[in-house]
Design a protein. Structure first.
Length: 304
């Protein structure tokens, strides 16, 4: 694979998630803070949003806005979160998002891989092959990649809820069932840390399959684990905005660049228990600036 250009940091943009239901007005309000990209998210269905009209409005905003960043913002991806293995409406939302991604200037549709609720990961493989075999073909025909978020959604390997794509064993099975190069991950360290997995070691192994990154971290309370273990009912880990958690995002970005990643790290806000409420955007902008520093700070061209 050819090396990508790092000029002006266009290889890795730093942005945030934005619920599509919040509309263009929300994007207009937060663009001045310096967000460079946005993942537009939908819950289960498209919520009646006409994607063609929505894309037109967003593109008009991006073309006209006076951004504080040096470059026009972009839509990094469309996120459709639900259970496509059991919910036909969510599956239809995936199809429409795949068909419309290019209208937003992006080539990634992200979401959960789905599950057979209450059943194991292996039990879902036949349905996964049927659903995502078709979706992956549809996406490939349109030059679109599909990225699975690695959240367990309260399930485990033997009893899933809405997402089987939460552990390396499951990933191996999924890619064996649907061996398509346009299937990969919308990855973040937070969910791995909830399973006490080292996200750095995992990232080194799976980086070629990572298409998009959620900027969400975690804090592991090792003192609680050492005293009570992980089955006491006491919280031993919690979500954090990047810059407030345990992960070394300089290492994460370096590993991504070593693997020629070209895409976005979009902050998944509204989870940090401290920087929440009226501190939500304060935390997100702090995280934005922290990630930009981990990316190398301001881009400085080499002397000629």
């Amino acid at each position: 694979m050819a090396k990508v250009s790092h000029k002006d940091h266009k290889d890795i943009r730093i942005g945030t998630l934005a619920s599509a239901s919040s509309g263009v007005k929300y994007l207009e309000q937060i663009i001045p803070y310096g967000f460079e990209s946005f993942q537009l998210t939908f819950w289960q269905t498209l919520g009646g949003i006409n994607l063609a009209s929505f894309a037109k409005s967003i593109n008009a905003l991006f073309d006209s806005c006076d951004c504080c960043c040096d470059d026009r913002p972009v839509i990094s991806s469309l996120g459709v979160f639900g259970n496509p293995l059991q919910d036909p409406l969510n599956r239809k939302a995936w199809e429409k998002a795949i068909d419309s991604a290019r209208l937003f200037g992006c080539d990634i549709v992200a979401g959960f891989a789905g599950a057979l609720a209450g059943e194991s990961v292996p039990a879902a493989m036949k349905q996964f092959k049927k659903v995502f075999g078709a979706l992956a073909r549809r996406a490939a025909d349109k030059g679109v990649r599909l990225a699975f978020e690695n959240c367990d959604m309260g399930g485990n390997f033997n009893k899933c809820t809405t997402n089987i794509a939460h552990s390396p064993d499951a990933w191996e099975m999924m890619f064996n069932e649907v061996p398509r190069k346009n299937l990969g991950f919308c990855w973040e360290p937070c969910h791995q840390m909830y399973s006490l997995v080292d996200p750095i070691a995992q990232l080194r192994q799976w980086a070629p399959r990572i298409f998009h990154v959620h900027g969400k971290d975690a804090t592991i309370m090792w003192d609680v684990i050492e005293k009570y273990g992980i089955r006491s009912g006491k919280s031993f880990v919690y979500h954090r905005t990047p810059g407030f958690g345990d992960s070394n995002w300089s290492d994460i970005i370096s590993i991504l660049r070593e693997n020629n990643f070209r895409g976005s790290i979009d902050i998944e806000g509204w989870h940090d228990p401290v920087y929440s409420g009226d501190l939500e955007m304060t935390g997100q902008v702090c995280g934005l600036n922290y990630l930009k520093a981990c990316r190398g700070g301001e881009y400085i061209p080499n002397p000629k």
